[in-house]
Write a protein of this length. Structure first.
Length: 115
């Protein structure tokens, strides 16, 4: 059974940094997709960053140059380094894993950015 557990969400000031972590268990070698998504109050869930086949990464335009997705050496952790935070980054952040796209989700970790 695939399980994903996010951590690292916190209250931060605008311009600050946070690093989110996602611990993955129960995965298989077929799982070639990892992603971070977020959902702000009253808005739909949106893609923040993703890694496909451990090679290709992609980012939402709103976070390019500020956020970086990466995997730990043991491949069972995925990180989201968030720099130059803005109030509009406030949201519940989810990690996801799957085959070719998001299939399994964690419960989320909350990020609040104050101006």
């Amino acid at each position: 059974q695939v399980q994903l557990v996010e951590s690292g969400g916190d209250l931060a000031q605008a311009g600050g940094s946070l690093r989110l972590s996602c611990a993955v268990s129960g995965t298989t070698f077929r799982m070639n997709y990892l992603g971070w998504y977020r959902q702000a109050p009253g808005k739909q869930r949106e893609l923040v960053a993703e890694i496909i086949h451990d090679v290709t990464s992609d980012y939402a335009d709103s976070v390019k140059g500020r956020f970086t997705i990466s995997r730990g050496n043991a491949k069972n952790t995925v990180y989201l380094q968030m720099n130059s935070l803005k109030p509009e980054d406030t949201a519940l952040y989810f990690c996801s894993q799957g085959i070719g796209g998001p299939q399994y989700w964690g419960q989320g970790t909350r990020v609040t950015v104050s101006s």
